[in-house]
Design a protein around this ligand. Structure first.
Ligand SMILES: C[S@@+](CC[C@H](N)C(=O)[O-])C[C@H]1O[C@@H](n2cnc3c(N)ncnc32)[C@H](O)[C@@H]1O
Length: 299
């Protein structure tokens, strides 16, 4: 029996689920590595479910695990790739029934959850960004990312030099593409651990006509890029305090050339500044839109 498990993380996988050697689908490279490391199980990280054929798809979801849009989008995909779908719902029975009714009510209706929204930096054209459920800031502009893009774009445009720029945790590419819209000669490398983010960033690169390299990777294990960048930008997630920001900054230190600039953004600088100053001698705080952009230069 060929089984696909969707939405399960390493901690959710029991011996019973893993019996019969299923394939685990995840959206984030980090979860693929964890499943492979902890369980030595087969894991696939991709923006969409692998085609199969599958005898059974088991889908773990719930309001605390993912957004309603992502749940519905993935459930549609489960039904697309397999006739037999079992939903392992974490939450209230009523919410489970609501989700299932959206699919069973009209099984032939396939909804698109792709969104487009505009963003720009001063002096640059308006860009229509595409995003997908699961992608950070789906359907909306993140003000922290915009603050980071505005500060870095202003400084880099004023310098006027060509630069190799690494946008770590790029999401749909908001920061990198906004900077490239005003910095002539910016060459972009975008990295994200989330397959839906990378899909959106690649689509946006093509739409904006930017020749960017977009890489699906966990920044703890990126392709070798040491010392090749003039600029690093990162708007790391802060849901696990500064653990991921720390990995971003460690990567920034390695990726930058001597004299290269590292820009990060956070709501309140007090927590991030000492972390950034563990990797760089000094972090200058630049206030923008209620956020703090922290700038350091590699010695
Ligand atoms: C706060 S979002 C920022 C997205 C985009 N740069 C923006 O400003 O709108 C952080 C991004 O980092 C990505 N991310 C989280 N941990 C990561 C890691 N270890 N390596 C690479 N990307 C990571 C997430 O998938 C997410 O897209």
């Amino acid at each position: 029996m060929k089984t696909l498990l969707v939405g399960y993380k390493a901690a959710d996988l029991t011996p019973e689920l893993l019996a019969g050697d299923p394939v685990c689908h995840v959206l984030d490279v980090y979860h693929r590595h964890a499943i492979e490391k902890v369980h030595h199980a087969r894991a696939v990280c991709s923006a969409h479910l692998p085609d199969g054929p599958w005898d059974l798809v088991r889908f773990r979801t719930g309001p605390k695990l993912m957004s309603g849009e992502l749940a519905l989008d993935l459930l549609q995909e489960c039904h697309r790739v397999c006739a037999r779908v079992e939903v392992d719902f974490v939450g209230r029975e009523r919410d489970r029934n609501d989700l299932l009714a959206k699919i069973t009510g009209d099984p032939d209706r396939v909804r698109s959850f792709r969104a487009e929204w505009p963003a720009s930096v001063p002096g640059g054209p308006p860009l229509m960004f595409t995003s997908y459920p699961g992608c950070f800031c789906h359907r909306r502009l993140d003000p922290g990312g915009l603050a980071l893009a505005e500060v870095a774009a202003r400084e880099l445009a004023a310098q006027g030099a060509e630069c190799n720029l690494l946008d770590m945790g790029c999401g749909c590419g908001l920061v990198g593409f906004l900077i490239a819209s005003v910095v002539v000669g910016a060459r972009l490398t975008l990295v994200d651990s989330h397959a839906r983010a990378v899909e959106a960033a690649r689509e946006n690169a093509a739409k904006f006509g930017v020749d960017a390299e977009v890489i699906l990777a966990d920044c703890g294990t990126p392709p070798r890029m040491d010392g090749s960048f003039d600029v690093f930008v990162g708007n790391p997630p802060y849901y696990s305090d500064y653990r991921i920001a720390d990995v971003f900054l460690e990567t920034a230190k390695r990726a930058l050339k001597p004299g290269g600039a590292c820009y990060t953004v956070v709501k309140n600088a007090a927590g991030l500044k000492p972390v950034q100053e563990r990797y760089f001698r000094q972090a200058e705080v630049i206030a923008r839109r209620g956020y703090s952009v922290l700038k350091s230069v590699k010695e």
